[in-house]
Design a protein around this ligand. Structure first.
Ligand SMILES: Nc1nc2c(ncn2[C@@H]2O[C@H](COP(=O)(O)OP(=O)(O)OP(=O)(O)O)[C@@H](O)[C@H]2O)c(=O)[nH]1
Ligand SMILES: [Mg+2]
Length: 297
């Protein structure tokens, strides 16, 4: 399966972000805790050059805690202020207020010396589609001021949100980049729902997930769907269809429906807390990230 999704609205969004970058003091980048490597858009380093930076490990409730901690350390070692968050529940929000203040300390001090008092800190909230940017803003604001939804491409344009007298946030549409040098990155993005499902082959994607689960979380699928293990991913999919009574024309197994159901269960955390990408091999990650940047040039 080949993954690519870079529709026109993302080019437009990137241009808007470039234009608005001069207005902000800080870039808050959300990554998905299940794929902290693949959910980092290499274009954001370029866009946010010279700005204070914060990385939020969002959807941390869906990933394994030991890997959340390891990834937090990884980003901290790279010099980012990092916070683990669950925007859906609103946890981690207190720590964020502190981190925003810390990240903008120099700017606040500079303003103070020039006699500028009480100018709010402006932060641009960025990240791949469906990572939870708008949900995060709502959680921080304590009210629903932006539109959210469990599919990529919900936010279409920019929206400024005034949190309080000290902080203003800019919500932006999720953006990907023109080419995934490593198709494993595309696979991860598709699995978590950052690539439009309509252009994906659901069955193949589900089989990729089954393969991963059988290798890294053996027994989890059998337990969840009350079924026997099978060697072949397609047979496993059939097993899920049988167990969940996914049928067409009376009694034929509806494998496609089972595939969609499995992906939904994974995305909603119903298979348990799963980390797709671990940070065991940091050098390899670095090399791949550089490869992506080279590919962009
Ligand atoms: N479990 C869990 N779900 C989350 C979390 N944050 C966001 N979500 C869910 O993820 C989905 C996407 O959230 P949005 O806030 O719309 O994502 P977005 O990044 O603004 O997406 P675009 O506007 O499409 O780029 C929604 O169904 C949210 O409820 C989280 O920390 N944990
Ligand atoms: Mg949004």
């Amino acid at each position: 399966m080949y993954f690519q999704w870079y529709p026109g609205h993302m080019t437009k969004a990137k241009r808007m972000m470039q234009e608005n970058m001069k207005l902000v003091d800080l870039v808050i980048e959300l990554v998905d805790a299940r794929i902290p490597f693949s959910s980092r858009n290499p274009d954001i380093d370029e866009l946010g050059r010279g700005k204070a930076r914060v990385v939020l490990l969002n959807k941390s409730d869906l990933a394994e805690e030991r890997w959340n901690d390891a990834w937090s350390r990884y980003f901290e070692e790279k010099g980012f202020l990092t916070v683990k968050v669950n925007s859906k529940k609103g946890s981690g929000m207190k720590a964020i207020q502190t981190v925003i203040g810390e990240a903008c300390k120099e700017k606040i001090e500079r303003d103070r010396k020039r006699g500028i008092l009480n100018r709010p800190v402006r932060a641009m909230v960025v990240g791949i589609p469906n990572v939870g940017k708008s949900t995060f803003i709502n959680a921080l604001a304590g009210k629903a001021c932006t539109k959210t939804g469990n599919k990529p491409g919900v936010t279409k344009g920019k929206q400024w949100i005034r949190l309080n007298r000290q902080v203003e946030l800019l919500d932006t549409p999720g953006i990907l980049w023109p080419k995934f040098e490593d198709q494993k990155v595309g696979l991860c993005l598709a699995l978590i729902g950052s690539i439009k499902d309509e252009i994906l082959n659901t069955e193949e994607l589900a089989m990729e997930l089954i393969q991963f689960m059988q290798e890294k979380y053996p027994g989890a699928l059998e337990e969840k769907y009350h079924m026997e293990a099978a060697d072949d991913s397609y047979e496993m999919l059939k097993g899920i269809a049988k167990s969940r009574h996914c049928l067409v024309r009376g009694n034929e197994l509806d494998v496609e429906k089972a595939a969609a159901l499995l992906l939904d269960d994974f995305r909603n955390g119903k298979l348990g807390r799963i980390t797709l990408e671990t940070c065991q091999n940091k050098d390899e990650n670095e090399r791949q990230l550089r490869g992506r940047e080279d590919g962009e040039a």
